[in-house]
Structure formats: C-alpha cells, structure tokens
Design a binder for this molecule. Sequence first.
Ligand code: COA
Length: 161
Amino acid sequence: MATAIYPGSFDPPTEGHRNIIERGLRIFDRLIVAVAVNPLKKTIFTPAERIALLKEMLGGQKNLEFDTFQDRLLVDYARSKQARVILRGLRTVQDYEYEFQMTLANQRLAPEIETIFLMTESEFSHLSSSLIKEIVGLGGSGKGLVPPIVEGKLKEKLKVR
Ligand code: COA
C-alpha cells in the first residue's frame, strides 16, 4: 500500500492545496495531509484550526487523513507513518531551488523515502497562503482562491468586515 505524506503549513489551506490533494488521492492508496508547525513562520491559525479547515474542505474521503507534527524531522514523521513518499506541489521556478535543497537533505537523511512533485495547475501557480492573507486582510475577495469557509474564518481572524 503506497502511503504519501503531504506536508505544509496550510495557514490557511487554499484551492491550490486542494488541487494537489485531490490529484494525490488518485495516485496514492493513502494520503496523510500533515500540518507542520514551523516556529520560524508567523501563523494566524493554530494547527487544530488548520486541520479543521482542511477537514471542512476535503473530509469524508476514506483514504485521506489529517495530522500535525512538530519538533521532529519530516522524514522521521514519515517513517512513523510507514510512508515512503513525500508529496509536494511545485508552483513556479522560484519554488525549485528551495524544494531541491529540501529534497536532497531529506534524501540524505532517509534514502528510502522519495519526494514526488506535482506541478500546481496554472490558475493556482501565483497563489500562496501569505498572499491570500494579504488580499483578504486588505478587503479583497478570496473567491476561487480559498473556499468560502476559509475566507470567512480569515476575515474573523483578521477582523475584516
Ligand atoms: N497552492 C498554493 N500555495 C501553495 C501550494 C499550492 N499547491 N504549495 C505550496 N504553497 C504555498 C504555501 O501556501 C506556502 O505559502 P506561505 O509561505 O505564504 O505560507 C508556501 O507555498 C510554502 O509553504 P509550505 O508548502 O506550506 O511549506 P513550508 O515551507 O511552510 O513547510 C515543510 C515545509 C513543512 C515541508 C518543512 O519545513 C519541513 O519538512 N519541516 C519539518 C522539519 C524538517 O524535517 N526539516 C528539514 C527539512 S530538509
């Protein structure tokens, strides 16, 4: 059974993430969306809130799980879940260098774990969680970029009317 981990901050999850998850589900028998706690990133949603949003967006699919991890290496987390694959989305060439570096480091730490990339669909290639926070925070519409539930929670957090 091929298990893949799709790690990320998901602060908040976007339609771009949904796209990668839905396509990942067609490839892997079991997909675990793992909300990472990165102390260097300033986040507005707690890990539990991010998982709740992901469940609202994508819950109810039997081969899809949601989890969170912190204070440990991604490869050690993957091993603990018997996952041999790390799934990542690639948006633009700017992502390439960062992903290349992470993949090489992970390969060195855990040669048995492969990182597989899916190209983000072009309509989401400009999208990031920070950009969405900026747009919604300044009163713009998140339509088509995040689901209404995420936009609503973002407005609450950012105190936008
Ligand atoms: N659509 C839209 N946006 C996307 C996207 C997609 N398909 N794929 C990525 N993004 C955006 C995210 O929204 C995020 O935006 P932000 O920076 O504005 O928040 C950005 O791209 C990249 O973030 P993400 O994919 O969430 O990765 P990350 O850099 O926050 O975290 C981890 C990467 C969790 C995989 C990495 O930090 C990790 O492995 N941590 C564990 C510790 C460890 O093992 N370290 C050693 C690694 S070698």
